[in-house]
Design a protein around this ligand. Structure first.
Ligand SMILES: [Fe+2]
Ligand SMILES: [Fe+2]
Length: 287
């Protein structure tokens, strides 16, 4: 019985849909889907339908793509309302979301009790060098030819900004994590990376401002964390910081993965996972 993770399925791409459909059943295992499934609701339902047939339990957190408001959308969900709408869709399929109570992994193989915590934290543009101020962040990125589509499509309503929405999520999540801190080791799941040093975007380094928040830099030691699962970067890797395992589990657009391998190759084993956690080992890339 295993806990697997993947993210950034981007099923608007037919190649990704076909590959997902070809995935064999894992009737005893659970799957984490760490955001960026798609933007369109019908594809999201299609994906939940497939995944809940393949796995015993599915856990989802939103990516930025799920939160986009498309021009042609007639229902007009924006910001928090759009997020809550997707949470409702998940509930129809029995899929766990950040709005549900954290769950205990039921298949412990050792004395460790794992608590699975799906999070929705967003970003606040603080993954930037110290000399760049908050007001300069977006112009600084734009100066290098980089602009995230979120600036046009990710609406923060009812919050006045994505920063405000992000900070509200962070404050509420911190309280929830404190509450469960004495109950076991945490598996944190978030679409965006929790640490700036794990955002390694050589070609577009200034895209980092859309990748997370410095607020979570020390959460892996502040709370009893065993593994942090994230996506968004489309750069698969395993890293260790202070003995905590960080898994970037993106599939990505068709150009980001090797179709001959199938989706199964890209399912990252989170639990039981490797027997040892090396201290601050270098990155292991999963190309
Ligand atoms: Fe993505
Ligand atoms: Fe993303």
């Amino acid at each position: 019985m295993k806990l697997y993770a993947i993210s950034d399925l981007h099923v608007e791409h037919e190649i990704n849909r076909n590959a997902l459909e070809a995935l064999s059943p894992y009737p005893d295992d659970w799957l984490i889907v760490a955001g960026d499934v798609c933007t369109a609701e019908h594809y999201f339902r299609w994906t939940l339908d497939i995944l809940t047939q393949r796995f015993a339990k599915v856990i989802w957190v939103p990516g930025n793509h799920e939160l986009w408001t498309e021009k042609q959308e007639s229902n007009g969900f924006r910001g928090e309302a759009k997020y809550q709408h997707w949470v409702g869709l998940c509930r129809n399929y029995g899929v766990l979301t950040p709005e549900d109570p954290y769950v205990v992994w039921p298949h412990a193989t050792s004395q460790v009790r794992h608590i699975i915590a799906p999070l929705f934290l967003l970003y606040d543009y603080t993954f930037r060098p110290p000399q760049i101020t908050a007001d300069q962040a977006i112009p600084w990125a734009a100066e290098s030819g980089v602009m995230c589509v979120d600036e046009y499509r990710l609406k923060p309503e009812p919050y006045s900004s994505k920063i405000e929405w992000c900070h509200a999520r962070l404050a509420a999540t911190e309280l929830r994590l404190k509450e469960v801190s004495s109950q076991g080791k945490l598996i944190l799941i978030n679409h965006f990376p929790l640490r700036y040093d794990l955002v390694r975007l050589k070609r577009i380094p200034r895209f980092s401002i859309w990748c997370g928040t410095q607020w979570t830099e020390h959460w892996h030691t502040q709370f009893p964390v065993d593994v942090v699962v994230t996506g968004h970067l489309h750069m698969r890797a395993t890293d260790y910081r202070d003995g905590v395992r960080f898994e970037e589990v993106s599939l990505g657009y068709p150009k980001h993965w090797t179709q001959e391998r199938g989706v199964a190759w890209y399912l990252r084993e989170i639990l039981p996972g490797p027997a040892t956690h090396p201290e601050n080992a270098g990155p292991q890339w999963h190309r």
